[in-house]
Design a protein. Structure first.
Length: 294
């Protein structure tokens, strides 16, 4: 996108002021790459790291009670770049149930019934003490109701700081305050039906703001949504400000075949959020899981 010098200067000032109101946070982009993985890798799908004797995650209640969940993603934190507040060691896992909602409950997104977040603080290196592929409980009923087939290695980029994304529920208030402080006026946010949004008063600046944040698979950082942030409407969710993991629809193969597609519904995206307090305690029992698509 071509941005004029004047718009770029306004954008730089505006985002710097927003950063004062919503401090940037660390993120690690994770690029999916089709390939064979082992149980210790950071990955999408495949055989999870899972010690024998530990209860494997299943649906807790409902018509599918007792059916096993499937590994969505696994992050080996000891082998990934470090992020402030995140564990420096251990393996963090995200399991979901293969159904038409990918295990999500949009009315109760923190209730881990058809999804589960598991943190293994200590790693057992003896593979004989771990469940083998043959020992992992299987559920093949929903092969066509999962975001992808097979497995992908997650290749990490270096950690970097990023500012709040325009779709984060806190951005509207912060960007309105920043704009009014810097440039005067009474804008109410990015877009407003009464004509008081940045989109209405400065369309070029609005487009520039929207173009400065990319969507991808990542750990940490700020989210992207194809619809809108569900935390916006319920106070009980607004404390879930830390994004643990985001899985985007993308191609994970070098040749671009259909077998390499990761697709959430109609090119959607999934997010997992936690409160800073729960993350500090390494308590992953109250994680907010949501996904949406176009």
């Amino acid at each position: 996108m071509d941005i004029s010098v004047e718009t770029q200067e306004k954008l730089d000032k505006l985002l710097a002021k927003v950063d004062e109101k919503i401090p940037p946070v660390g993120t690690v982009r994770l690029k999916p790459k089709r390939g064979t993985t082992d149980v210790f890798d950071s990955k999408l799908g495949g055989v999870p790291y899972f010690p024998k004797g530990m209860e494997y995650p299943t649906v807790r209640e409902g018509c599918d009670e007792g059916k096993p969940l499937r590994l969505l993603a696994q992050l080996n934190l000891g082998m990934l770049p470090k992020l402030e507040g995140f564990p420096k060691e251990g393996i963090l896992q995200f399991f979901i149930f293969p159904n038409d909602l990918y295990g999500a409950d949009f009315d109760a997104p923190c209730v881990q019934n058809e999804f589960r977040v598991i943190y293994h603080e200590s790693i057992v290196n003896d593979t004989a003490a771990l469940l083998s592929e043959d020992e992992i409980p299987k559920n093949d009923d929903g092969d066509d109701l999962f975001p992808f087939e097979g497995e992908f290695l997650l290749v990490a980029e270096e950690a970097r700081l990023v500012g709040a994304s325009p779709v984060d529920f806190r951005f509207e208030k912060a960007v309105a305050e920043a704009y009014n402080e810097l440039f005067g006026g009474d804008v109410a946010g990015m877009w407003d039906k009464d004509g008081k949004g940045i989109r209405q008063v400065d369309g070029q600046l609005y487009d520039a703001i929207c173009s400065c944040y990319s969507t991808d698979t990542r750990m940490g950082g700020f989210p992207f949504f194809t619809q809108e942030d569900p935390r916006r409407y319920k106070d009980e969710f607004k404390g879930h400000t830390v994004m643990l993991f985001q899985s985007d629809s993308e191609n994970g193969g070098e040749n671009g075949g259909w077998d390499d597609e990761i697709c959430w519904g109609d090119l959607g995206i999934a997010n997992f959020f936690i409160t800073p307090e729960a993350l500090a305690k390494r308590d992953f029992s109250n994680v907010l899981y949501t996904w949406d698509c176009g």
